[in-house]
Design a protein around this ligand. Sequence first.
Ligand SMILES: NC(=O)c1ccc[n+]([C@@H]2O[C@H](COP(=O)([O-])OP(=O)(O)OC[C@H]3O[C@@H](n4cnc5c(N)ncnc54)[C@H](O)[C@@H]3O)[C@@H](O)[C@H]2O)c1
Length: 375
Amino acid sequence: MEVTKQIKKFFNKYNSKEKILVTGGLGYIGSHTVVELIEAGYEIFIVDNLVNSNIEVLNGIKEITGVKPVFENIDCTDYVAMDRFFSKHEGIKAIIHFAALKAVGESVENPLAYYRNNVISLVNVLELMPIHKVEGIVFSSSCTVYGQPDHSPVSEDTPLQKAVSPYGNTKQICEDIITDTVKANPNICSVMLRYFNPIGAHPSALIGELPNGVPSNLLPFISQTAAGIRKKLSVFGNDYNTPDGSCIRDYINVMDLADAHVAALRRILDHNVEGVEIYNVGTGKGLSVLEILSTFEKVNEVKVPCEIVGRRSGDIEQIWADPSKANKVLNWEAKVSLEDTLKSIWKWQLHLSENEENKEKVKGGVKMSSLLHGS
Ligand SMILES: NC(=O)c1ccc[n+]([C@@H]2O[C@H](COP(=O)([O-])OP(=O)(O)OC[C@H]3O[C@@H](n4cnc5c(N)ncnc54)[C@H](O)[C@@H]3O)[C@@H](O)[C@H]2O)c1
């Protein structure tokens, strides 16, 4: 290793306050990652335009860590505002780029909003990196890039299929944009993390997933149904070619996922990433919708009324990760049990319901629907 790299590595190890920009840092995965980054000793700067998050999340982060990170309400598609941000906060060493729209169905209805938001945000950030001497970027990719694979588990070498939605296509396009950009610019590097299905909440129940409107993901729907906010859970199809007929996914605890970001970031800051690296972030275990449902009911001692309905278009039958590359190279593995993960979701749901009740009391019965929306 050349001497400058060795010096940088030594400096990084003993200078624990490296400055990191987290875009979309008040969102679901971003906020949990910010907590882990602060606890790992980084100085965090959050950029978020609150299009799918709430400023109260900042207080949750502060309560957990004792630190209120710098927050700027900026839209990443605004190049001038982002440029100003980097000039104001000099010395950002790396970026974790979460900011994106992520609802598959919405992306089918309004594809241009997805292409504009997800692609332009990334292009801006990539253009600004060399100008402001940012060394690397961790990018939120998704297992959606694999489409319906011929077999599972999928490894990073599994060929990608044509995306089934504009959202999925933005992830494929963004991966290509990063690859081309890093190839043309040896001063920056990237780690792209392909998440499987993130679930769970921080064990304190001070932050968690806050779906806007009717949740399209399984777990928020299950917990809201258990809490009586939804009448019943619809299970989309029980005639798939799986042991119990329902779809199979790889559910990864959000704190484990957050830790994968800390590991990826460390690898960037230690100058161990040459060009672009891609990692699957999953448990390596596929679980069916019905298995998740029955385990949720069992560990939380609640009932979740449900009905089997027809298949939902765009759903793939089954997919789970081969996470061995992340296990080996990032020295990362999923640790939290499914039981503890499902308990954390219920604890978070109870916290939300309690907050909602308190707010209603304070408001004299006026419903505050910003946190939870009725169906
Ligand atoms: N949650 C999942 O199931 C999942 C799975 C795979 C990949 N991902 C990806 O992970 C990332 C984070 O997902 P999440 O579940 O935390 O979503 P989220 O919606 O909770 O968080 C995204 C955050 O980005 C912000 N944002 C969006 N566009 C922005 C813009 N132009 N400028 C500034 N802020 C903007 C939103 O306000 C929100 O706070 C996304 O890129 C998503 O596509 C999520």
